[in-house]
Design a protein around this ligand. Structure first.
Ligand code: ATP
Ligand code: MG
Length: 558
């Protein structure tokens, strides 16, 4: 209910306004969008924005979204990426209507090219790519017509056919649209539509040795699928004129292109090319290293699809590029995890506490799994006369407002008893090795008749029942807000302290049965999830996010 209200209050973004207008005018009865990844890398947070936008719009306005792999460039694409892209979209909570490959349309695209030739709107050019570039002109000067521009339709059909049949080597011929070499939009100066590339393709094998350029594939694929709103990022604004020209001249279904600003996140980079460098040069352990901005990394780290969708929804979309604060994403993650995470006690840096008057040996106490969730249930935790608390929760000479443990002071042990520190044991070097305490038997949680009020509550584990685990604490992968725009190589700005591993922490025994799909709040420590590196010989937990936003720039940043 409150969710609904929140959604209602958000004003329409410019695409929603356009779509509502189109539906009101009867221009369309329902809408069709598509998500068109190039399978040359793993999806990142920018793609998540595009996914939430495309699938979100078709869901909201009653329509559907196609998944279309833009596989027109046969050298960079790999099957592994196709599978990971599908996994990521499903994990985000969306399902496509049809799965397509731009390469499915190669026959149709070839026919479209023939149509253009027959209309006198395309020609085969024997110029090299250097010659074509040299004749292109500049934004202030017109280009020059190619000497091959006025070939007859018959000659063009013949040459194009021979390009297709493999007669010519790479780079010797192209098919170009015949538009206007003096056009103010440089992309309209007889753009290349097809190039020769003798390369094996992961879908079509060796069938083709000519491949369509992006501009001759994308709009036509949209049109074949009857996509109503083809949404892309701002760098495609200048392409729109060519998009419309091709659809008009081919007299095919009029899809329309709309552009929005790319999502950029602070303290990371978001181009597949850069992410690939981080992986291949081993700055990170892989595409799903939890410090990466990829969807697979965020999943492994413990982010929830709900929180990523909420983030995309809150930030909305813009018409001008900006840098989105990664703190907002972390806020959304925290907000969702607070609702669903199971509370558990884990001591990172143990200090032993011996309760000298506890004669029972051991008992179990009961603690809620999640105070935010009335149906969350509770669990039993073993309590005994030997416990670990966090070393930083004790001070021998505390300042005034220190409400944790100190000589003579009392604290509550979460869900158990109030204890008082009576004696501090040290080794030969003066290091504190143990605290001797007494407990107040009447102070048991849920049944406290002691009448004593204490300010501090500490987490703890029973020494002999504790499970050990490794935890991995992550910080931002880069030291600066926008590493891509800094001088020099973006990799010079990698944060050397982005990963801190604590080899052994002490966990309450219920965590021995931790599951991959469960989220945990380690009390006072942050949100955690089991990492895939866990095995029978040891559990590994990732810190998804801290409990509060306590992040500060590194000193070196000034
Ligand atoms: P990259 O620059 O990371 O390689 P790309 O644009 O080449 O990204 P594609 O696989 O071609 O990646 O993109 C698939 C879809 O995702 C496109 O519609 C593209 O506009 C969108 N997209 C990619 N990056 C972002 C981003 N940072 N913000 C919003 N949308 C994005
Ligand atoms: Mg691309």
């Amino acid at each position: 209910m409150s969710e609904e209200v929140k959604k209602e209050e958000r004003s329409l973004n410019f695409l929603e306004e356009i779509i509502e207008e189109d539906l009101k005018n009867g221009r369309y009865k329902s809408i069709v969008t598509r998500f068109p990844p190039e399978p040359n890398g793993y999806l990142h947070m920018g793609h998540a924005t595009s996914i939430c936008l495309n699938f979100g719009l078709s869901k909201k306005y009653g329509g559907y979204t196609n998944l279309r792999f833009d596989d027109t460039n046969p050298t960079t694409e790999e099957i592994e990426y196709v599978e990971s892209i599908k996994d990521d979209i499903r994990w985000l909570g969306f399902e496509w209507k049809n799965e397509h490959y731009a390469s499915d349309y190669f026959d149709q695209l070839y026919e479209y090219a023939v149509t253009l030739i027959k209309k006198g709107l395309a020609y085969v050019d024997d110029s090299t790519s250097e010659e074509i570039a040299a004749m292109k002109g500049t934004p202030t000067e017109p280009g020059k017509n190619s000497p091959y521009r006025d070939r007859s339709v018959e000659e063009n059909l013949n040459l194009f056919e021979r390009m297709k049949s493999g007669e010519f080597p790479d780079g010797t011929h192209t098919l170009r649209a015949k538009i206007d070499m003096a056009h103010t939009n440089m992309l309209m100066r007889d753009p290349v539509l097809y190039r020769i590339k003798h390369a094996h393709h992961h879908q079509t094998g060796d069938k083709w040795c000519i491949y369509p350029m992006y501009d001759f594939a994308h709009g036509q694929s949209d049109s074949i699928e009857q996509v109503t709103h083809s949404i892309c990022t701002l760098e495609f604004v200048p392409h729109r004129e060519l998009y419309d020209w091709l659809i008009e001249k081919l007299e095919i279904y009029p899809s329309h292109q709309y552009e929005f600003a790319r999502r950029n996140l602070s303290y990371t980079v978001m181009s597949k090319r850069k992410l690939l460098q981080l992986v291949t040069e081993r700055h990170v352990a892989g595409w799903d290293d939890p410090r990466m901005p990829t969807i697979s990394a965020m999943r492994r780290r413990g982010y929830t699809p709900d929180s990523i969708r909420e983030f995309c929804d809150r930030v909305g979309i813009a018409k001008r590029e900006n840098l989105t604060d990664v703190g907002l994403l972390e806020f959304c993650v925290r907000e969702h995890l607070n609702k669903i995470a199971l509370r558990r006690m884990v001591v990172f840096d143990p200090l032993k506490v011996v309760i000298t008057n506890y004669t029972a040996g051991e008992e179990t106490v009961v603690s809620e799994n999640n105070p935010e969730d009335p149906d969350g249930g509770s669990r039993e935790i073993p309590f005994s006369n030997e416990l670990y608390i966090e070393r930083e929760d004790f001070m021998e000479n505390p300042p005034k407002k220190f409400f944790r443990l100190a000589p003579g002071k009392m604290v509550r042990l979460k869900s158990a008893y109030i204890v008082q520190c009576n004696e501090v044991i040290k080794d030969m070097e003066g290091n504190i090795t143990e605290l001797r305490c007494t407990y107040i038997p009447e102070s048991r949680s849920h049944n406290d008749t002691s009448g004593i009020n204490v300010k501090g509550t500490l987490h703890w584990v029973s020494v002999k029942h504790a499970a050990t685990a490794e935890v991995r604490l992550y910080d931002r992968l880069f030291k600066v807000e926008d590493p891509g725009s800094e001088e020099g190589d973006f990799k010079d700005y990698i944060n050397p302290e982005s990963l801190q591993v604590v080899k052994a922490v002490y966990a309450e025994p219920s965590l021995k049965s931790a599951k991959f799909d469960e989220r945990y709040q380690f009390l006072r420590k942050g949100y955690f999830t089991l990492d895939k590196d866990s095995s029978a010989s040891g559990m590994v937990f990732n810190r998804t996010v801290t409990l509060k936003d306590s992040w500060k720039p590194l000193a070196s940043k000034g």
